[in-house]
Design a protein around this ligand. Structure first.
Ligand code: G3I
Length: 319
């Protein structure tokens, strides 16, 4: 294996992966693969930088597992993507139960960002500052942030992140925004308005949690319109799941789908890189969330590369 990150690097991009629960991981084969900088040049924490992990009670911050992961990534020659500062999910009760005035919640957001992003100032490639602000129909998602502050919570969070860590690329990140549709149109309108107002924003993250053969083939056109706003594009949480059991035909379709997504990135000069949402199928979030589905990643449970791995490598290697 020449390595996905090495191949991506030759094209001016990165290839990365996400990892969770590293501190308690006792799987040397998994760690060797996930920590191999030839395959993965950038690492994302699956959970340990989320609000419930970092500020479980108001003003009390815990960084043990995020610190451990960041050091591990550095020791393995990897950059680090921060995920995520302001999100409606995995929020501790003291935040999600609400009851705050507008100005109190703003100061809670600003304090959270200055403390969490401040701890890692200068050390992260990027932050997903705001995660998943939209519903499928393109309306804003109900959350304590939106309900209390309105859509202004987004520029407030971005400004706080820029003030705290000026060298981190600042992203808004969402899923089902990969193709053209109501949700990506809403993200585009938001991005356009933030750029017009000169709110600090460097990129849009496309999670790309996809289902084999069940997405619209408009990724390149969609990515291009965001790039035309002067923004970076990143594929941040790629996986392509299907209904088990695994068959050769499904693995072949999955490989073709992965190749399509990689080519969609390579076709856009502002697409900076691709991260898969974990490394091998035995670590994927999919089976526990969608019972009966899985096998969504590039490596199987034996940490062996799947057809999708070779499809990605070929796409990255092509002239
Ligand atoms: O930490 C507790 C543990 O103490 C407890 O024993 C165990 C029992 O269920 O749960 C553990 O928490 C789980 C946590 O992952 C850590 O493993 C939560 O139940 C579980 O809900 C949580 O799932 C995470 C999910 O986000 C939550 O929304 C997944 O690991 C994580 O991969 C997933 O990642 C999200 C991205 O952040 C945003 N985009 C979608 C993506 C996939 O859902």
């Amino acid at each position: 294996l020449r390595g996905l990150h090495n191949l991506a690097k030759a094209k001016g991009r990165y290839f990365g992966t996400a990892i969770d629960g590293l501190q308690n991981n006792n799987d040397p084969a998994y760690q060797a693969l996930t920590g191999n900088p030839a395959e993965f040049g950038i690492s994302t924490a699956g959970n340990s930088l989320k609000w419930d992990a970092t500020e479980p009670s108001r003003g009390t911050f815990t960084f043990t597992s995020a610190d451990y992961h960041l050091k591990w990534a550095k020791d393995h020659g990897q950059l680090y993507r921060g995920h995520t500062l302001v999100w409606h999910s995995q929020l501790p009760n003291w935040v999600s139960s609400g009851g705050f005035s507008n100005s109190t919640l703003i100061s809670i957001i600003e304090n959270h960002i200055s403390t969490v992003a401040g701890r890692y100032k200068g050390q992260l490639y990027a932050w997903d500052v705001v995660n998943e602000p939209f519903n499928e129909d393109g309306t804003y998602r109900t959350s304590v942030f939106y309900n209390t502050i309105g859509p202004a919570f987004i520029p407030i969070a971005l400004r706080a992140a820029r003030a705290t860590d000026p060298s981190a690329k600042l992203y808004i990140n969402d899923y089902n925004t990969d193709w053209i549709g109501s949700k990506s149109n809403a993200m585009y309108a938001l991005a356009q308005s933030l750029v017009a107002q000169k709110v600090p924003l460097d990129g849009i993250g496309f999670q790309a949690h996809l289902i084999v053969n069940s997405f619209e083939r408009t990724l390149p056109t969609n990515f291009q319109r965001f790039a035309a706003l002067g923004l970076d594009i990143a594929i941040t949480e790629l996986d392509i799941r299907f209904k088990l059991p695994v068959t050769d035909a499904l693995l072949a379709s999955q490989a073709e789908n992965y190749q399509y997504v990689v080519n969609a990135c390579l076709g856009i000069s502002r697409c900076v890189g691709i991260t898969t949402w974990d490394t091998s199928d035995d670590y994927s979030w999919v089976p526990s969330t969608f019972p009966g589905e899985g096998a969504a990643l590039l490596f199987d449970a034996n940490k062996s590369p799947k057809p999708a791995y070779y499809a990605v490598a070929n796409a990255l290697a092509a002239a």
